[in-house]
Design a protein around this ligand. Structure first.
Ligand code: ADP
Ligand code: AMP
Length: 214
């Protein structure tokens, strides 16, 4: 099963992806996670990406398309994958179609998780992320059992550099301008399902599972 999770920054894509991994035993491919890892390691890619990420802008298409192409060729993606944060532009979506066609594969489902903009700001500015395993929490909506410590692995929780209000506003503007057109792109292909992203995390997860129907 090849799945794309669409939705604004903070819509809950990563939160749902982590639950889907467990249920469907397929990997999450998050371009944001891959880029943050490169920034942390100080690789040439990381150095190039950091300025865009800090400004709430998109890393150039050719860079992320190359990353995803490499990642989807890995053996663990053969039985399926969950794309989270990619594609984010129409050229990225077109490139993805080409990459998958070359692999005799394609996208099975696109699920767009819809959340109001002000709610997205509240979610992102209160988000905490595990440095070790990447699990997400929210200081109010989904707090860890012990403050600052990941429930899953005991790792340290931190606030992402780009989860401050100014950068969040810029990320939302980028989303509206560059990424929202993908809703029409996938609707036109008959692949899109839209779900409301407000409410309990488990209820949203159940809705996604009923769409996936497995
Ligand atoms: P995305 O991957 O789409 O950017 P995340 O999954 O990281 O979003 O979620 C953003 C923030 O919102 C996190 O702090 C997460 O704990 C919180 N969150 C996720 N789903 C919900 C929900 N249904 N209700 C309230 N908060 C949520
Ligand atoms: P995310 O973790 O998905 O919120 O992404 C964090 C940041 O990484 C974004 O604000 C972008 O700067 C960059 N990024 C992640 N995915 C992409 C993508 N598909 N295209 C361009 N930039 C991306």
């Amino acid at each position: 099963m090849n799945l794309i999770l669409l939705g604004g920054p903070g819509a809950g894509k990563g939160t749902q992806a982590k639950k889907l991994i467990e249920k469907y035993q397929i990997p999450q491919v998050s371009t944001g996670d891959i880029l943050r890892e490169a920034v942390k390691e100080g690789t040439p890619l990381g150095k190039k990406a950091k300025e865009f990420m800090d400004a709430g802008q998109l890393v150039p298409d050719e860079v992320v398309i190359g990353i995803v192409e490499e990642r989807l060729k890995q053996p663990d993606c053969q039985k399926g994958f969950i794309l989270d944060g990619f594609p984010r532009t129409v050229p990225q979506a077109e490139a993805l179609d080409q990459v998958l066609a070359k692999m005799n594969s394609g996208i099975d489902h696109v699920i767009s998780i819809e959340v109001d903009e002000e709610e997205l700001v509240t979610r992102l500015t209160g988000r905490r992320t595990c440095r070790n395993c990447g699990q997400m929490y929210h200081i109010k909506f989904n707090p860890p059992k012990q403050e600052g410590v990941c429930d899953k692995c005991g790792g340290e929780l931190y606030q992402r550099d780009d989860d401050n209000e100014a950068t969040v506003r810029s990320r939302l503007a980028t989303y509206n301008q560059a990424t929202k057109p993908l809703v029409d792109y996938y609707a036109g292909k008959g692949l899109l399902r839209t779900i409301p992203g407000a409410g309990q995390i488990d209820d949203i997860f159940n809705k996604i599972c009923s769409i996936l129907g497995q």
